[in-house]
Design a protein around this ligand. Sequence first.
Ligand SMILES: O=P(O)(O)OC[C@H]1O[C@H](OP(=O)(O)OP(=O)(O)O)[C@H](O)[C@@H]1O
Ligand SMILES: O=c1cc[nH]c(=O)[nH]1
Ligand SMILES: [Mg+2]
Length: 219
Amino acid sequence: MKIHNISTENSILNSFIAEMRDVNIQKDSMRFRRNIERIGEILGYEMSKTLSYSTSEITTPLGACNMNLIDNNIVLCSILRAGVPLHNGLLNYFDKAENAFISAYRHHKHNPESFEIIVEYLACPSLEGKTLILADPMLATGQSMIATYEALKPFGTAKEVHLVSLIGAPEGVELVNKHFDANAHLWIATIDKKLDKNSYIVPGLGDAGDLAFGQKLQQ
Ligand SMILES: O=P(O)(O)OC[C@H]1O[C@H](OP(=O)(O)OP(=O)(O)O)[C@H](O)[C@@H]1O
Ligand SMILES: O=c1cc[nH]c(=O)[nH]1
Ligand SMILES: [Mg+2]
């Protein structure tokens, strides 16, 4: 897997991540969602540099010019809930993408330290020969990303796979790196230090789904 950690280079991206982490600023849920969306736009732009292009002639009011335009048939799949604003950010740039949605959540059976990933809702077009983007802001253990990818397999074989995430833990990055093949890409805004005993990313930002949409009751 090719890992692109975008924050290794200084840019405006750092301001958006800082606002999402900040205990005071992150309480503004509209700003929190908008920051996820803005980072989705930046990661989408970075990713676009690796897609396939062909030349088209464009007619302007004053003449014609050749432009290299994206050829890929993109399917954008995000993981509910926290994936929704990231989905919007990516879709702001990939106008023609088809869309898939999947629900994956941590189900705590016995205690906060153990959980299984439950996949329930899934709506997906054919993936055959297409470019699959899997979007989820948090890559903690990596289990949601892998459960999602496995659940999508009956929909066809994508020609390329791009994972898009905001904050990762080394454990999650390592797991997806092992699971996906060498041609897959991970576009990630930043990789943090570690997971805590509840598999939350440290320093991370807390619970992305709750910050974006309000606290949910544990099921
Ligand atoms: O890498 P993992 O260990 O699988 O953890 C990451 C998952 O945790 C969060 O979802 P959560 O289960 O909190 O659901 P939510 O988006 O509905 O809040 C996040 O959006 C990822 O889907
Ligand atoms: O740190 C984490 C881990 C999983 N899900 C989150 O929202 N945050
Ligand atoms: Mg959550």
